[in-house]
Design a protein. Structure first.
Length: 330
């Protein structure tokens, strides 16, 4: 295990409290946690609740309970505090202003009064299937000073995307090259009267909290080139990125949070042994050819990012049946 005190590996778990974590989240968070812990790294828990329309009552608390039940821990977070507190994005809105002012000062953002649907989507992390059409640049002729003349008219702050592709070496997928100008064009970083968007908040937080590696689902790949542009605009070094495959249903459909049976809270409440679940997740990551009941700590020495299958994890009815099989028999 290597431990570099000056540039210590720091990972993060950044769930959105929108409706209960499921098996797919559990696998991704286990991978993110082990990636940092296997190198003696630190872990931060941050709650991403900026989208008030999607935040569900009680979901924030349940998220913490679910991940503790799984056996994960963190050095900083809403329940343990830390030097970058608070760890809940809706409590950090003032902090994001500094990054926004920097973009304004550098002429990198302009007020956009285009459709509401476009603008409203911005508080939520845009998972791949939510990608809209490329913004045509309708309001790009404005400067940040033009915002004042808009009065009460609602607008979004759009970030000017420069020409050309953005490249990064993904720790899981290898080199990736995406042109954000073709992907969606100038993207939203804030809204008048509401505050920062997901893209701005996540970059501001990862940069100021000292996060050195981001490990998350590959549905967030379209966000990464945008976030790298924001790091550059802030004069910060981006973290490393690893985008891992999601969990899907047998038909290939992405696991949805609304499907009760695959939710961690449901499994926990029905008495499923978390050791069995962790063993199942480790098996699904290719670290063992059988399901070994275990805790996340047991895999710190056996973690291998490269062994994770490149295809999505198919959660079959047998996986659920196996997790719940011992319940009636005790
Ligand atoms: N909070 C985001 C989500 O749950 C993930 C953010 C990230 O990992 O960058 O969709």
């Amino acid at each position: 295990m290597t431990l570099d005190a000056d540039h210590r590996t720091t990972g993060r778990l950044a769930p959105s409290p929108t409706g209960g974590l499921h098996l797919g989240h559990a696998r991704t968070f286990l991978i993110a946690w082990l990636s940092a812990r296997s190198r003696g790294g630190r872990m931060i828990f941050r709650l991403e609740d900026l989208d008030a329309t999607r935040t569900r009552p009680g979901a924030a608390e349940a998220t913490l309970v679910d991940l503790r039940w799984l056996g994960l821990d963190w050095d900083e977070g809403p329940d343990v505090g830390g030097p970058s507190a608070p760890y809940v994005q809706s409590w950090r809105k003032d902090a994001y202003r500094a990054s926004m002012d920097r973009f304004k000062g550098a002429g990198l953002v302009y007020p956009c009064t285009c459709t509401r649907a476009d603008i409203e989507r911005a508080a939520t992390a845009p998972h791949a299937e939510d990608e809209g059409p490329t913004y045509p640049g309708t309001c790009a002729g404005r400067t940040s000073e033009d915002a004042e003349a808009l009065g009460d008219r609602p607008f979004a702050w759009r970030f000017r995307v420069p020409e050309g592709p953005v490249e990064w070496l993904d720790r899981f997928r290898g080199p990736i090259k995406i042109d954000p100008a073709r992907l969606g064009g100038d993207f939203v970083v804030g809204r008048s009267g509401v505050g920062p968007s997901y893209q701005l908040a996540v970059v501001h937080d990862d940069a100021t909290m000292g996060v050195t590696e981001v490990v998350r689902g590959d549905d967030l790949i379209p966000s990464t080139p945008r976030q790298i542009l924001l790091y550059r605009a802030l004069g910060r070094e981006p973290p490393s990125f690893a985008h891992v495959p999601l969990a899907v249903e047998p038909g290939g459909r992405r696991l949805a949070k609304r499907d009760g049976s695959i939710k961690l809270a449901a499994l926990r409440e029905s008495g499923v042994d978390p050791a069995k679940l962790v063993g199942r997740l480790a098996h699904a990551c290719g670290w063992s050819d059988r399901v070994e009941p275990s805790s996340p700590d047991d895999w710190v020495g056996r973690f291998d990012l490269g062994a994770i299958p490149r295809e999505p994890w198919v959660v079959t009815p047998e996986v659920i049946a196996d997790l719940t099989s011992s319940l009636s028999g005790g």
